[in-house]
Ligand binder design. Structure first.
Ligand code: GDD
Length: 338
């Protein structure tokens, strides 16, 4: 009998890579999606015929119960969230409902329908926020800096609490930023690679960014989904940091992206007046509209525990990741006329 997995957030970047990975492991994959007027196939088109899509909403407990009863999964991967950090200040209540209480609803649904279902919760390095030690590991105290981060802290603790209260097999994956050609374009990495590709193809003159000096531990989403799966294959449920251990600034990401297309960017000026130039043409400007009310300045993960227990490590280096994303954007944009 094939194992069955249910993924919430199937239409997102991680949903795509996880579903692809689980299919390769022989799973029957159910993807839960929320009905919207948008095209749900944007990212999952290449695998849509191989998975079963089921309609449900993490803020609608009744729909979760029905989905769990109908699909009878062995494993649930809970990836659904309002995951764009800036939107968590403008949609503060719904971020709490979806990202915090949505996790509670999933856990409670599993507890009521079948306590033996294994559960993976997508926690986040955003919980470390104003970092209390470097690098961050499982024991590092949280200090979230956004309503999103606060909501993820709730999700983390309620998952741990269900483990301890009901002896359920539930795990938190504390994933550091994970990127890919499937990353939506408002997140900084894809915004950069997409804009650089457009500049190279002369479809755009410049693009605007916020804090160029923010630093992140960026890995490849395709590597990270394997860690999610490995967590649920252990004898005991636990929580794990998943990261590369390397940190780079937004500025470095921009520089490396331009290098991929054979352009050399030079910075001039400071603060909101700083610009990036290629051959005297301005290609990057700073716009304070992209600054955040409270910023996470730097994140660096220590995934020793995942290495030792799960036998997992990140395989894609920073430069490879940037190259993969820029080249994919160049390829996609070749076919776009304007
Ligand atoms: N989005 C965006 N747009 N970010 C910018 C920009 C810009 O124009 N300019 C600078 N940045 C900086 C942000 O201020 C932030 O410090 C950094 O780039 C990364 O921003 P994002 O790519 O939006 O990701 P994030 O780190 O806030 O959140 C992502 O990673 C978390 C894990 O740590 C998301 O995927 C979260 O859902 C995830 O939990």
């Amino acid at each position: 009998m094939k194992k069955k997995a249910l993924c919430t957030g199937i239409t997102g970047q991680a949903g795509f890579y996880l579903a692809k990975f689980l299919l390769s492991k022989g799973y029957e994959v159910y993807g839960m999606y929320r009905r919207t007027s948008l095209d749900i196939g944007e990212r999952i088109d290449p695998i849509i015929k191989d998975i079963h899509l089921v309609e449900g909403d993490v803020i609608d407990p009744d729909s979760i119960i029905k989905v769990l009863q109908e699909t009878k999964p062995d494993e649930v991967y809970h990836l659904a969230a309002q995951s764009f950090v800036p939107a968590s200040w403008t949609q503060v209540f719904s971020t709490g409902q979806i990202t915090a209480l949505g996790t509670l609803n999933m856990l409670e649904g599993i507890r009521l329908v079948d306590k033996n279902i294994k559960f993976y919760n997508a926690a986040s390095s955003e919980m470390f926020g104003k970092v209390q030690e470097t690098p961050q590991k499982e024991s590092t105290p949280f200090y979230p800096r956004s309503p999103y981060g606060v909501a993820k802290v709730y999700g983390y603790w309620i998952t741990k609490n269900y483990r301890e209260s009901y002896n359920m097999f539930v795990c938190n994956g504390i994933l550091f930023n994970h990127e890919s050609p499937k990353r939506p374009k408002q997140f900084v990495t894809r915004k950069i690679t997409n804009s650089v590709a457009k500049i190279k193809l002369e479809k755009q003159e410049y693009f605007e960014l916020g804090n160029l000096d923010a630093r992140r531990d960026w890995g490849f989403a395709g590597d990270y989904v394997e860690a999610m799966w490995k967590m649920l294959q252990q004898d005991k449920p636990d929580d794990y940091v998943i990261s590369t251990g390397e940190t780079h600034s937004v500025r470095e990401f921009v520089e490396e992206s331009f290098k991929v297309v054979g352009m050399n960017i030079v910075w001039e000026g400071e603060g909101i007046n700083e610009v990036g130039k290629v051959d005297e043409n301005i290609v990057v400007k700073v716009n304070p509209k992209f600054y955040r009310p409270a910023e996470v300045d730097v994140l660096t993960g220590d995934c020793t525990k995942a290495k030792n227990i799960l036998g997992w490590q990140s395989n894609t280096k920073f430069k490879e990741l940037v190259k993969m994303m820029v080249e994919s954007d160049l390829e996609d944009l070749k076919w776009v006329l304007i």
